[in-house]
Design a protein around this ligand. Structure first.
Ligand code: PMP
Length: 287
């Protein structure tokens, strides 16, 4: 349970943790967010997550609400005040509150910041990885700047809901050419017959996943070949293995895509190996 939430300078009790009715995050999705894994009371890849948060803010010209050092203090406090040892920290920054107007608010408007931490049962992800997950594919109907981590998540919400209705845990977005871009809340990977790891190249079509970057580091340290290139859904159907990466799932094997088994229909060795290596390669820091 989340007990305490940081909102604009104050640590609030959960029932009272609120932002203004005319917050631009609420009215326009004029906001960005980040999610960091907390593991054994420590932060995983905080530097990369804070760098992406800063980039998302820069891309949208939202002023940073505080320095990285101050934000790390707040994150640490939120983790301690909620007594989270394993779980996630979620932070969101919006362009602030003011009378509803498409035009940007006056310079000097304070951004809104919310930071919360939530415990997750240790081991849930490892248990899920033992059986893997199913994927449902959905046409990619998102906007042209998926590289910015905005809270404009309605397409992902609907895609995941559709996936759940069909018995799948995650959706993969398919572009107009039949290529896999990424998951609704994860990056998508396949392993070729020759044993290369393939994932969509960085660019406006996908979120530059922090887990994706660290898995690339881990793969290279393991001597595995990584190809950052476009791959078609057809290639995914024929892949030896598939998996998704995200801060909450780490490396999660994919065992079925649209009802068809991937490889032998069981979690594969590449995914298992990368999952095991991940936390040895990621940056682990005090919260
Ligand atoms: N793509 C999308 C669309 C996502 O929402 C996420 C998770 N927020 C990711 C990829 C994975 O990113 P990360 O590894 O930084 O959690």
């Amino acid at each position: 349970m989340t007990r305490i939430v940081y909102v604009n300078g104050a640590y609030k009790r959960y029932p009272e943790a609120a932002v203004h009715a005319e917050d631009r995050g609420f009215q326009f999705a004029d906001a960005i967010y980040e999610v960091i894994e907390i593991r054994d009371g420590r932060l995983v890849d905080a530097t990369r997550h804070l760098a992406r948060l800063a980039r998302s803010l820069r891309e949208l010209d939202i002023p940073a609400p505080m320095s990285d050092a101050a934000l790390m203090q707040v994150i640490g406090q939120v983790i301690r005040r909620n007594r989270v040892r394993d779980g996630i920290v979620y932070m969101q920054v919006t362009r602030g509150a003011g009378p509803r107007d498409f035009a940007l608010p006056p310079v000097g408007t304070s951004p809104t910041i919310v930071v919360l931490a939530r415990a997750q049962r240790k081991g849930w992800s490892a248990e899920q990885a033992e059986v893997g997950i199913a994927i449902k594919t959905i046409p990619d109907n998102r906007w042209g700047r998926c590289d910015i981590k905005t809270v404009m998540l309605l397409p992902a919400v609907l895609a995941k809901n559709e996936a759940r209705s069909s018995g799948a845990k995650e959706a993969w977005f398919i572009d107009a050419h039949g290529n896999v871009t990424e998951g609704a809340s994860s990056n998508a990977w396949i392993v070729t017959a020759a044993g290369s790891l393939v994932t969509h190249p960085l660019g406006a079509q996908i979120l530059p996943g922090v887990t994706r970057a660290t898995v690339i580091d881990a793969a290279k340290l393991e001597g595995l070949k990584v190809e950052e290139r476009i791959f078609a859904l057809d290639e995914a159907f024929r892949a030896r293995e598939a998996f998704v990466t995200s801060a909450t799932n780490i490396v999660m094997p994919v065992v079925r895509i649209d009802g068809r088994p991937v490889g032998d229909g069981k979690p594969g060795n590449f995914a298992r190996r990368l999952r095991t290596r991940f936390h040895h390669v990621a940056e682990i820091s005090a919260g």
